[in-house]
Design a protein around this ligand. Structure first.
Ligand code: NAP
Length: 261
């Protein structure tokens, strides 16, 4: 068991999804992938014991959302193993559209690829239903939304009961706006000290009842932890997904989010 923490992060509704999330969530790229990442320092994948301790610490701090993806190497599979028996503690967010194999990303946003990806994620995570599935954009948001109609495919899988809420981890303002128009429940949006260009979109999400997950709040580790306070104070930044494999960093991040509600 982890030590008793002295704080927990605030709990907030994630738009109109009906899901309640801690304002800080845990990104799990570093649970499963070391290649092709933009972090400032090289790192080793933590062993299972270290990850179990990290997850216990996260739970104690009031964190309940884990963000993963098929493109994060072994992250989904490791979470499936580590969370066995503790499923009720967690909301799991995964993605479709990107895979990462042999050191390279490949993308497929077709309906058949999306359906296969969801099936693989259900198996890897050992669940009957995914809480949240986002399109993992390659940057060409409008083509994904308008030509591949990938959000429609996710909405249909939600209708089938395989997913509770759907959306897009987008890269462009126009893509985020179009995803809202097409019925996204949630957007995952980059917002940090160096890139505040999505501020108008955060306001639109709040008006539309679309939940927001912030990615790269620390500019993938290029900003110091204090920068999290500014992101936490940004209107519309519902839930901030910070990637870490360091329990001390996790506690520091939770304290900053708790102090800046
Ligand atoms: P981030 O959360 O901005 O930064 C993570 C980096 O910051 C890690 O290297 C981490 O290192 C470091 N860090 C965290 N807390 C710290 C602290 N208190 N003090 C010092 N360093 C600290 O960037 P990110 O991981 O790129 O993005 C966050 C999450 O968003 C990802 O894990 C992923 O779930 C999601 N994401 C999604 C997409 C997409 O869908 N396209 C893209 C990027 C990210 P330590 O491990 O040493 O703490």
């Amino acid at each position: 068991m982890s030590a008793t923490p002295t704080l927990t992060v605030p709990q907030v509704p994630l738009g109109r999804t009906g899901l309640t999330v801690g304002r800080l969530a845990l990104g799990t790229v570093k649970f499963g992938r070391t290649e092709g990442v933009k972090y400032p320092e090289p790192f080793e994948l933590p062993d299972d014991e270290a990850l179990a301790t990290l997850l216990d610490t996260a739970h104690d701090l009031g964190i309940n959302l884990l963000d993963t993806a098929p493109a994060y190497g072994s992250s989904e599979k490791r979470l499936g193993q580590l969370l066995a028996g503790e499923r009720d503690r967690w909301l799991l967010c995964t993605k479709v559209g990107e895979r990462f194999e042999g050191g390279e990303s490949s993308y497929d946003f077709s309906a058949s690829a999306v359906a296969r990806s969801v099936t693989r994620s259900l198996e890897a995570l050992r669940v009957d239903r995914l809480d949240l599935v986002l399109i993992h954009s390659d940057g060409d948001d409008l083509t994904i939304l308008e030509s591949h109609r990938t959000l429609d495919v996710l909405l249909a899988l939600k209708g089938d009961g395989l997913i509770r809420a759907v959306g897009m981890s987008h890269k462009t303002l126009a893509g985020g706006e179009r995803a809202i128009e097409l019925g996204a429940d949630v957007l995952m949006t980059t917002y940090n000290r160096q890139d505040t260009s999505m501020a108008p979109l955060l306001a639109r999400c709040a008006q539309a009842g679309v939940g927001v997950l912030i990615k790269k709040a620390l500019a993938s580790g290029h900003d110091g932890a204090r920068a999290l306070a500014e992101v936490a104070n940004t209107p519309g930044a519902d839930c901030i997904v910070v990637g870490t494999i360091n329990p001390a960093h996790l506690r520091a991040n939770a304290a900053l989010v708790a102090d800046n509600p």
